[in-house]
Design a protein around this ligand. Sequence first.
Ligand code: PLP
Length: 452
Amino acid sequence: NMITNHLPTEELQALDAAHHLHPFTDGNALAAKGARVITRAQGVTLTDSDGNDYLDAMAGLWCVNIGYGRDSIADVAARQMKELPYYNTFFQTTHVPAIALSQKLAELAPGDLNHTFFSAGGSDANDTNIRLVRHYWAAKGKPEKKVIISRHNAYHGSTMGGASLGGMKPMHAQGGLPIPDIAFIDQPNWYAEGGDLDPAEFGLERARQLEAKIAELGENKVAAFIAEPVQGAGGVVIPPETYWPEIQRICDEHEILLIADEVICGFGRTGNWFGSETFNIRPDVMTIAKGLSSGYAPIGGSMVTDEVAATLNAGGDFNHGYTYSGHPVAAAVALENLRILEEEKIVETVCNETAPYLEEKWMQLGDHPLVGQAGICGMMGSIAMTPDKSARAGFAGGAGQVGLICRDHCFSNGLVMRHVGDRMIISPPLVLTKSDIDTLIDRASKALDLTL
Ligand code: PLP
């Protein structure tokens, strides 16, 4: 790369601040400090422009499940670019990578989720879902079933549709969101909102809010409920065990579709191929992205059951599609990623070895004086920092200043962990070894000590 090979870090940072608008970033703060310039990565390790190494405990943005530096993916992408770099899947055409990937996904996905509508990522897949479930009900002669129920503090993307489905208040505050016909219930975050209820009671209480919301809106108006099996960007919020069975019961008893947003949970993150398997959920629609290609190419999709697909197909043209739906290079990359996940038995190793070892070590961080609760589900974990271990309380203001400080101490100690308010979260590559886990925990403890 000519720029990184030739310019010193300060000059790269100045050019970046001058011309590059960053997602989810305060531009002035960035200009004052300069962005960290990442230049290379291999395995689970990132390298910056000053030659510092970091253990990437976030797998990029929860996506590099197979780790960095896979030559075979680069080879597949190069071959596909030479053979057919682009063609569309509109208007009665198709191509081999899209056919092969949709077939492979049907094989891997639970139940009869046998059909995929492709997108370029998770946000646009959730936009598709909004239109898809409304088109589904219209095709069934019930066009008034339009409302989608979601949850406060959910994250479903950054497009108008995705951010509307999400329950992030700071996002809704910018740009007049949510769009019409989206409703919200509370999140199953026992640590922050459980009050005097025990986790099991609280899980039921939060799930039954869905039933109450359906009753309030009228079942004839509700199209679907959408949720992440484990809330990711909301701070790795693992629901109590009672939560999902009750949600499933409510979706079964009322005539609404269940959309599982598996953008983070899919492809091994929770210790099974899909979070829906971990929590025994039977979604009608499943959002996928991130781990689908391990971030090597932008691709996502909406998977639907046989019944949903048959209804959609009976409804005539679905007037919806992206230029890059099923992009051949991205699809070929995703297929190679899935081949690696299967051939190296990565999900099995996570389930039997890596996740149990990570859990044992991660939960020990719960004993740290700064930590109120540690939680983990497969390969996604959180620790809630607190000024008072006995009170399940956050720091005053809740603006996440302590989280920011801890995150910076992580960076200085060679570890990338993210903070969400006062919670520190991890979602490392699934190929993490036991010795990588020891390093991660050692550096995280050091960062917590320095934050205290
Ligand atoms: N859904 C969930 C659960 C996510 O975590 C994300 C991204 O973090 C998205 C959707 C949006 O995906 P993308 O950023 O690929 O548009």
